[in-house]
Design a protein around this ligand. Structure first.
Ligand SMILES: Cc1cc2nc3c(=O)[nH]c(=O)nc-3n(C[C@H](O)[C@H](O)[C@H](O)COP(=O)(O)O)c2cc1C
Length: 228
């Protein structure tokens, strides 16, 4: 597949057919994704292919409360879990109206997470991350940048195999439990859980994204839009 076309049309896929994904295919996907960049080329990712049905069911159960919260916060007009959110506003939103979200969460991807053909838990080894912003007096972002390109490469390489998928971070909220479940110790932290499989709906599809000039400016953030 043409690279540009792939980059422009690889969207989140959350509905999969029952067709399994062979281990050889998944191995090829990971073998391509490992060429992703990382700070100091540390390649600090660790991947667990979660096959055990009981572990999968536990991941689903751990995922669902986060999804209910996401729906509740979204419907209250908040960006769920923004680091700069007013925590009191979040708490107030969560204190009301979760019933509707709970019902909505009973259907769809979250409720069927355990049935997804491939579930990959991606951990990051903190001892290997160059988190250059770790000492700033703000939310730290840079460390994840050494792992998420790998996760995205997994999705792109999967696409080339005719698969679709989605990168999820919801389970990070339950990191301690996920670590215990999957035997991840100490400095291994959960970066993502990636779902993969054969898409129900045909790809490519048209993605909704902001135009370049809405997020790009010249010389200063308040400079003229680029391209002009
Ligand atoms: C860092 C990150 C975290 C995400 N977390 C979740 C998640 O927890 N659950 C989920 O269903 N999708 C998750 N997504 C997928 C996004 O919702 C999706 O990429 C976005 O809405 C664009 O969707 P589209 O490709 O269908 O247009 C995440 C994506 C990224 C990049």
């Amino acid at each position: 597949m043409d690279l540009i076309e792939g980059l422009r049309s690889t969207g989140a896929v959350r509905e999969f057919t029952d067709q399994p994904v062979a281990d050889e295919v998944l191995a090829r996907v990971l073998d391509t994704a490992r060429f992703a960049p990382s700070g100091a080329n540390a390649q600090a990712w660790r991947v667990v292919v979660v096959k055990d049905p009981a572990a999968r069911a536990r991941l689903r159960d751990l995922y669902l409360p986060g999804w209910v919260e996401y729906l509740t916060l979204s419907s209250a007009g908040l960006r769920p879990w923004s680091p700069v959110n007013d925590r009191a506003a979040e708490a107030a939103a969560l204190a009301t109206g979760t019933d509707q979200a709970r019902n909505a969460a009973k259907q769809g991807f979250a409720a069927h997470l355990d049935e997804v053909p491939v579930l990959l838990a991606v951990f990051a080894d903190l001892t290997q991350l160059a988190a250059v912003d770790r000492d700033l007096d703000r939310y730290s972002l840079a460390g994840g940048a050494s792992v998420y390109p790998f996760a995205w490469s997994v999705l792109l390489a999967a696409r080339a195999e005719g698969l679709g998928g989605v990168l999820t971070t919801m389970l990070i909220r339950e990191e301690d439990e996920v670590k215990r479940l999957l035997g991840a110790k100490g400095p291994l932290v959960l970066a993502a859980v990636i779902a993969l499989g054969h898409p129900v709906h045909h790809q490519p599809r048209r993605l909704t994204r902001q135009p370049v000039e809405s997020f790009t400016t010249v010389d200063r953030v308040d400079g003229p839009a680029f391209p002009g």
